[in-house]
Design a protein around this ligand. Structure first.
Ligand SMILES: *[C@@H]1O[C@H](CO)[C@@H](O)[C@H](O)[C@H]1NC(C)=O
Ligand SMILES: *[C@@H]1O[C@H](CO)[C@@H](O)[C@H](O)[C@H]1NC(C)=O
Ligand SMILES: [Zn+2]
Ligand SMILES: [Zn+2]
Length: 508
């Protein structure tokens, strides 16, 4: 019967892959006397079909076999909405575009997830609760922009409902949250979020993810919210890799957030915007919701000063040069804080270090050779002043075995080495060759009390190493190899130049 067929597909495509594997193994058991061969054959076929479906949506060779790369994709960060109808929905869209054929709403009553559309243009939304660690006003701003992405290219209009019942509700949950075992969240990684098709109006987000609203570490909440809103409006997954509605987690790039396939999908359901024009901003503008540039527009006339903007949010990296000037990196900008605690900036990263990418993962100044080292993805850059060393950027992850996307880089004086930190491990790196030393990586446990996933670290002339993560710092004694103090850097470490800023913020 059809309904069984669908439920098997659902399980295989959407539960975690070990369960899918089990199912597969079951299919390859030897035939025993008394087995119902017809039934076995048909369910083996269902496994094959659902595997193919998965492979198709994820751009894998559609072999139907649960091979290593298929299994790997099943465990990639992704949206938890199922992919059942995506393929035919996409075919409809392509047909309508290429052949000018009217979009045929598919016959989907029988095994539908009540997909469909809203029958009104004005919809309200509400953020029911807020993710940990992110300021509420920034999340609100990101959610507003995410709805605007869709309303700018369609006839829809969205309003935030203040406390009232809303058409679309966004909620953060841990683990199982009463919408079925298959929908339980799985902690960091794996499923990030899921949503229901119209007109249920619910989007759920995994509260165990490390959500962020800048281009640094963590999952960008704006992108995921925008994707899930697409589902609440009735959009299914797109097989176009660069589409927002691709089931893959997508990073914000310099391109538009919505791709032609996204726009076509929403316009198929709701028509074009009334003014006839489609306004889209490039993704790079959404990389920083707490970014000073947004405040700048509002406060410029009142003589707003952004020289201490870094004090109010996390940064991407930090380091210190031989004159004890502090460099703080955030998005495409940096600040310099002089020895006396005087901050200047923000200035453009690329103006000082031409050739750098738009943002960086980690940075360190080496006292050994007086050079700046920058890391982003698998690549690295080395500068003397503003001039890039010959042979850079390099693919350090392949030539030197350096980790990709390091959390933090540090020049570690006692050993005259660069240290890269990544998750629970650290790597001792020779500055000149950028090669990882033998017997590394080692466990972060060697650094007693230092947290994983720090934003940045530096050694001060007092000999202590300071680690920073979000608004916290840890002061590490390299002789005893222990953290000796911790707290909030903006208010407790005067040399970061934030004490005035911290006071001002309390008043505002
Ligand atoms: C939507 O369009 C308006 C102009 O009509 C623009 O100011 C706004 O930034 C756009 N929003 C997005 C998310 O592209
Ligand atoms: C900051 O720098 C300016 C100019 O360089 C100087 O006049 C001022 O005294 C400095 N302030 C502090 C607190 O060091
Ligand atoms: Zn999705
Ligand atoms: Zn849910």
């Amino acid at each position: 019967p059809e309904s069984d067929h669908r439920s098997i597909q659902l399980r295989i495509v959407h539960t975690d892959w070990p369960a899918a594997l089990q199912e597969f193994r079951h299919e390859s058991l030897p035939v025993l006397p008394g087995d119902d061969l017809d039934q076995r054959a048909s369910s083996a076929n269902q496994v094959l079909l659902s595997c193919r479906e998965f492979q198709w949506v994820y751009h894998l060779p559609p072999s139907g076999a649960l091979d290593a790369s298929t299994i790997r994709h099943m465990s990639l960060p992704r949206c938890g909405v199922n992919d059942l109808d995506s393929r035919s929905a996409w075919k409809d869209r392509v047909d309508s575009m290429l052949l000018g054929r009217a979009v045929r709403r598919r016959r989907r009553k029988r095994f539908s997830h009540q997909s469909g559309k809203w029958y009104k243009r004005h919809l309200t939304y509400r953020v029911v609760n807020w993710p940990r660690y992110l300021p509420e006003h920034q999340v609100r701003q990101a959610v507003k922009a995410a709805f605007e992405l869709w309303s700018n290219v369609s006839s829809l209009v969205f309003w935030e409902a203040a406390g009232d019942p809303a058409d679309i509700r966004l909620t953060f949950f841990h683990g199982d949250h009463n919408d079925g075992v298959d929908n339980a969240f799985d902690g960091p990684g794996g499923a990030l979020a899921h949503a229901f098709f119209p007109r249920r109006g619910e989007a759920h987000f995994d509260n165990d993810e490390r959500w962020s609203l800048d281009s640094g570490k963590g999952r960008n909440l704006f992108v995921v919210v925008a994707h899930e809103i697409g589902h609440t409006l009735g959009l299914e997954h797109s097989p176009v890799r660069s589409a927002l509605m691709s089931p893959y987690y997508k990073k914000l790039g310099k391109d538009f957030v919505l791709n032609w396939d996204d726009i076509l999908s929403v316009q198929n359901l709701y028509g074009k915007p009334p003014r006839g024009s489609v306004v889209q901003l490039p993704g790079k503008l959404f990389a920083h919701f707490q970014d000073w540039s947004q405040d700048l527009e509002g406060t410029e006339h009142q003589g707003g000063d952004h020289s201490s903007h870094y004090c109010w949010s996390f940064f991407d990296a930090i380091t210190m040069d031989l004159e004890d000037n502090l460099y703080i990196f955030k998005g495409g900008h940096y600040w310099i804080v002089s020895k006396g605690g005087n901050a200047t900036g923000p200035d453009l990263l690329r103006a000082m270090w031409p050739g750098l990418p738009s943002t960086i993962d980690a940075a360190a100044f080496s006292e050994e050779d007086g050079k700046f080292y920058f890391f982003k993805g698998g690549r690295c850059w080395r500068y003397k002043g503003s001039s890039l060393d010959a042979g850079f950027p390099q693919k350090c992850s392949s030539t030197g075995d350096l980790p990709r996307h390091p959390d933090t880089a540090l020049y570690f004086q006692p050993l005259h080495h660069l240290v890269l930190f990544k998750g629970p491990k650290y790597y001792m790196v020779r500055g000149e060759s950028l090669q990882v030393e033998p017997y590394y990586p080692r466990s972060l446990k060697d650094w007693g009390g230092v947290p994983a996933m720090a934003n940045g670290a530096l050694t001060r002339h007092d000999g202590f190493v300071y680690f920073f993560r979000n608004d916290q710092f840890w002061k590490f004694n390299p002789d005893t190899l222990r953290v000796v103090e911790s707290g909030k850097w903006a208010s407790q470490l005067g040399w970061l130049g934030c004490q005035d800023a911290a006071l001002n913020q309390a008043v505002v």
